[in-house]
Design a protein around this ligand. Sequence first.
Ligand code: PEP
Ligand code: MG
Length: 575
Amino acid sequence: MILKGNPVSPGMAIGRTFLYKPFSYMAREKYFEAGQEFRRVEEFDRAVKAANEELNRLLNSFEEAPGEKAEIIKAHKELLEDEEIIAMVHESISRDRKMPDYAVSEVFSEFIALLGKVNDPLIAGRVSDLKDVRDRILRILLGRPECSLSNLPGKVVVVAHDLLPSVAANLDRENVLAIVTEMGGETSHLAIIARSCGIPAVLGVENVMGALSEGDEAAVNAVLGTVTVALTNEEKQNFNAKKIAYEEKAIKTAKFFEVSSEMLDGTRIETGINIGSDLPGDGYRYGDFVGLFRTEFLYMENDHLPSEEEQFRAYRKVVENAGGKSVTIRTLDIGGDKNLSYLDLPKEQNPFLGKRALRLCLDHKDIFKTQLRAILRASAYGEIGLMFPMVGSMDDIFSAKAVLQEAVSELDADNLTYDKNMKVGAMIEIPSAALIADLLAEEVDFASIGTNDLCQYLTATDRMNSEIGSYYQSMAPAMLRILKMIADAFQAAGKPLSVCGELAGDPRGAVVLAGLGIRKLSMSSSNLAGVKESLSQISAEKAAELARKLLRMKTQDEVLRFLSATLCGDSADLG
Ligand code: PEP
Ligand code: MG
């Protein structure tokens, strides 16, 4: 059986499937007959005991590297043993004859509501712990097995309906051979995380959860976008041969990691990397700069709003480890497909068109200013560019800069040091900002084009919805024209412009962007070699000529066909 989807993070893997079914349950109001009180209380006590045993097992598995995760588990154990909670559930079962699941839901809801009202982010952060403990007890009461992705039972192919970025950010990366989901397109944040971790991923595979069973052997070809199960021996041999060929080609391309990024005629294109957290080892080595630090991952990996001090330490560490390379730190971009479990935000009908990123920050000035202060303080330790996401108008820039000015004044009053020449920039990812790129260029020190959102908002196509993936055309003539407009405006103003959306990490996209006159590209580090390789095969003049031709074409199909016929050596040929 062969299933098809979008190959969003290249690679090939074969292994047993692990079906991720996150537990969610709404307890209904239910009572039991008189006389069963003792049995029902015992049912609850047994579930608590089993929950405790699960947590102990988890704690033991962290023995080698105790740390933040272990602290969270210990906190959950404390909640499990909380006498007040246990007494209230006991009373609710034995006095009111509520079914144990209903009693647990009610008692925990009471505590969750209480904590939710407290105006202290640290205490409010405990809400997610309470929810976690509640769900653990409920799951056990219902006899369902544990399903966690942060602690996998060996190397597996993770299959899911969808993975929230907050779940993906906490993956047990060592043990994930590949990711396959029903939801998600090429620029979904799950795809971006998979690419940055080098995990092969095929997203948007219709009904894959129904088609596969736990433990099936699956061959994932994340170059072609296929998932094959029930392979014959011959098919398996074939797949393994292709895998080896893919890995050999990847090794050849990998040589380009080492070279400086230049076009055939020597024109220099700066190639930078996008990060979501500090990179281990010599992770910064091959990038000329860090063009995008998506700070929301710092928020998503935590169970509370990170304090100024926590953020300062995280940003400073990145700046110091980047070893003198400039780091563009983007302020919080929450909303859309990225949520914070501990921040209770109102549900929206169209979250990607709602209170997302800068809009949310301007509405929660305390959260925004905490981050700005932390970034400013880190700027004393290396070259930082501060960048605002989702800028849609000059009003947005003026408002964001006003809050930044407040943060600056506060630091001055507190006698704290920061880089007084820190550059301030905007992401151009909303068409209304692109159309006034000339005005924006006067007001900012630099800009970076977020092609993922720019394409979503330009073509009115939800970047998460694979059903309408064919409308999401990042190489459509309309996209090329708007990119050209922005490039021209920044060139005229003499201000630096980069692209940090996924188009920059696509070997063909990179050539087109260079042809449009853009000289700075930032991408997942895994894409650096492929992009450098493809840039090295064409001169700047030829790329400009190519871009001029593409700008006159009528459809994306025409553009792609022309690119396939003209360019060689891109990753689409692999597999
Ligand atoms: C973009 O929109 O292109 C971008 C880089 O930001 P994100 O993918 O985080 O929305
Ligand atoms: Mg964006």
